[in-house]
Every structure is written in structure tokens, then in C-alpha cells.
Design a protein around this ligand. Structure first.
Ligand code: ATP
Length: 356
């Protein structure tokens, strides 16, 4: 297992910049997830580390080895793709053995490693089966066993679960994570599935337009997003564009005034952001908060969407701006009706000012 470092990686295809400038440091044994919208450069970054795509510039190292110019088979990376890419004419065991034969390991060692790897993914009894006689989840576990059998320095997962149905996805997700932690595998996974990213990662890299927008834990990204893109991409948020007035208040373009407490500073255009679950309806108890620490806005309910654990109350403000309050569904909380007037409130320190 090894630490992985990407330094100022760039990949251009003619006029297109797939990866603009990515610097990442993945600790030994860490599960790092690259998350971002389609086309943001995640896969290209992973493929550069795997050795399938040659960077335009930048460096990559695995452990203390500079792998920038090494061909894929000398990098000792285990790869699992979205399409399982199993050889259909080979049995499960032969599929897992393939990479080891390519590395010219002695036959006895290969047999041991294949059985070890199949045990890890709980497919020992399936060694002689052909891939077509396995479910999608089992095939993906064979692909994982094949990647693990080479005892990789780093495991690379490229949307490994996206061909599985939702229930299997949740199962295999946990299996991969448990195994990764048990083996202490340094892992980089690419996904555009937020839930997958949040449940599996030690740390996440949020990318957009070929660039890293933020690196951090789930909590860092959710509670302290560095910019509007991350605040909107990870979880949901209400946004208002505006400026900070001389008194330290946020004033939206529509004229909504929001008390930020002592934190109101910042010049020029800024964005106010608050998570829907931090916006309360006045009827909800906010026992610990005193009136002067609260922001309070008046509005009219336009939509109420029931979402199981909570209901989203969409509120139109007199300024024409809109906010969503997420109200927990509890027997003691009465939900307002569409057309009803409501007061929205939140403690001053629940909101964020984003400058980027
Ligand atoms: P997705 O989630 O859709 O797989 P991604 O974030 O993995 O997206 P990449 O596949 O890394 O994105 O692509 C980043 C950008 O580089 C895209 O605009 C893509 O069209 C472009 N690109 C990728 N590979 C090539 C290529 N071989 N030739 C030209 N452009 C490419």
C-alpha cells in the first residue's frame, strides 16, 4: 500500500482541456473519491494514474516511485471498471488468474492468490463458474478479486457500481468499503453518484471543469463548502446573490436583508447560502434560540413536497425570491398549506457567505 501524489496534472485534447490542474495527495490506506458532474475530468484523472492516458504535463507518484512515464502494467494498480470487463470464455478463477499469469508468477503462487482473492469477495465456491452464470453483483466482485489478486499498491475504481441495481449497489458498496479498510488499500474511486461518494470516502475531491473545487471530508464539504459550486453540488442549499452592506448585513439583489452576526464582511458580490434543514417555520419550536439571534422572513407557501422523513416547504418572499425550508415530518409538527402565510427563521450563524 502506498501514498499517491498527483502534482499539477494537466490533460489537453487539442482545444479541449479535460484536466486543467489537479494536485492531490492520497494518504496510505485512504479512500479518496473524485466526485463531479459529467465531463469534469474525473475519469481522465483516474486514467492518467492508471497509465492509460498520458498527461500533457504534471507528475504522479505511487509510494516513492515516480510513475509518470511508466506503462500501466508496471504501475501495480488494480483496476475495476463500470463494465466488469470479464473474459466471457474464462472461468471465474481463470479471470482472476489472468493478471498474475501476465506477471509470470509461478503456478503454485497463482493458485494461492486466486483462492485468497476469491475468498475476500466471498466467491470461493464459484471459482469454476463462467461469468455468464453469475449475477451482475457477483461479476463485479470477480472484477474486484481480479484487481486485488495482484496485490496492488493502489486500487482504482471507475464508477464500479453504476451497472448494478439500487439494492445491490448499496450492498457491494459496503463490501468494497469493508474490504478496503481491512486491507488498508489506498484507493481512488470516480463517481458522479453523491450518495455513493459520501458513504464510501474518507475524503472527497469535488471537481468541475477540469479543476479541483474542494478537497475534504464529507462534513467539510457539507458544512464548510468553499464555494457556491460545492455548496450546490454536495447536498442542497438555498442561494441568494447580493452584497454585504456597511452594517455587516447581507442584502440580496431583491432587497432581502439578512443578519450575519459578526461574520458579515466581504466586498463586492457575494452569495448567501443556507441548507433547507436550517430554515425553520415559526411554528416549529426553536426553544434555545432567542429572538435577537434569529433571522425572520415572511412569505407564502407555494409548494409542499412530502419526502418521507421531511417535507420541503417552498416559500415565495415578497421580494420575489424563493426559499425552501425542510420540515421534519413529526406528529407534533403541523405542515402549512399551499397559499398559507408563514414566517421563516434561522439562527444567524446557520447561513454561509460564499465569495466564489
Ligand atoms: P463522466 O462522468 O461523464 O465520465 P468525467 O468527469 O469522467 O465524465 P472525462 O471523461 O474525464 O470526464 O472527460 C473530461 C473532458 O475531456 C470531457 O469534456 C471530455 O469530452 C473530454 N475528453 C475525454 N477524453 C477525450 C478524448 N480521448 N478526446 C477528446 N476529448 C476527450
Amino acid at each position: 500500500m502506498a501514498r499517491v501524489q498527483l502534482t499539477q496534472l494537466v490533460k489537453r485534447y487539442g482545444e479541449t482541456t479535460a484536466v486543467a490542474d489537479v494536485t492531490l495527495d492520497i494518504a496510505q490506506g485512504e479512500f479518496m473519491v473524485l466526485l463531479g458532474p459529467s465531463g469534469c475530468g474525473k475519469t481522465t484523472t483516474l486514467r492518467m494514474l492508471a497509465g492509460f492516458v498520458k498527461p500533457t504535463s504534471g507528475r504522479m507518484s505511487v509510494g516513492d516511485r515516480d510513475v509518470t512515464s511508466l506503462p500501466p502494467w508496471l504501475r501495480n494498480t488494480g483496476l475495476v471498471f463500470q463494465s466488469y470487463a470479464l473474459f466471457p470464455h474464462m472461468s471465474v478463477a481463470e479471470n482472476v488468474a489472468f493478471g498474475l499469469q501476465m506477471r509470470r508468477l509461478p503456478r503454485a503462487d497463482i493458485a494461492i492468490r486466486v483462492s485468497e482473492a476469491l475468498d475476500m469477495v466471498r466467491l470461493g465456491p464459484y471459482a469454476a463458474r463462467m461469468p455468464r452464470a453469475l449475477s451482475g453483483g457477483q461479476q463485479q466482485r470477480v472484477a474486484l478479486a481480479r484487481a486485488l489478486a495482484i496485490r496492488p499498491d493502489v486500487l482504482l475504481l471507475d464508477e464500479p457500481l453504476s451497472n448494478l441495481d439500487a439494492k445491490l449497489r448499496a450492498e457491494v458498496r459496503v463490501e468494497i468499503r469493508v474490504l478496503q479498510q481491512r486491507l488498508g488499500l489506498t484507493t481512488m474511486m470516480v463517481t458522479h453518484d453523491q450518495e455513493e461518494a459520501l458513504t464510501m470516502a474518507d475524503r472527497l475531491v469535488v471537481m468541475a471543469e477540469g479543476q479541483v473545487r474542494q478537497i475534504g471530508s464529507q462534513r467539510d464539504l457539507y458544512e464548510r463548502p468553499a464555494n457556491r459550486f460545492v455548496a450546490g453540488f454536495v447536498g442542497r442549499a438555498n442561494f441568494m446573490d447580493g452584497t454585504i452592506d456597511p452594517g455587516g448585513f447581507f442584502v440580496s439583489k431583491g432587497g432581502t436583508r439578512i443578519n450575519l452576526g459578526a461574520r458579515g464582511n466581504g466586498a463586492g458580490a457575494v452569495t448567501f447560502s443556507i441548507r433547507p434543514e436550517h430554515v425553520h417555520l415559526t411554528a416549529q419550536a426553536l426553544k434555545s434560540a432567542t429572538g435577537k439571534n434569529l433571522n425572520r422572513l415572511h412569505g407564502t407557501v407555494t409548494v409542499a413536497s412530502y419526502l418521507g422523513a421531511a417535507t420541503d416547504i417552498h416559500v415565495l418572499l415578497p421580494t420575489g425570491e424563493r426559499m425552501i425550508a425542510s420540515v421534519p415530518n413529526r406528529p407534533d409538527v403541523r405542515l402549512p398549506l399551499v397559499g398559507e402565510s408563514v414566517e421563516l427563521e434561522w439562527p444567524m450563524d446557520s447561513g454561509l457567505i460564499l465569495t466564489d
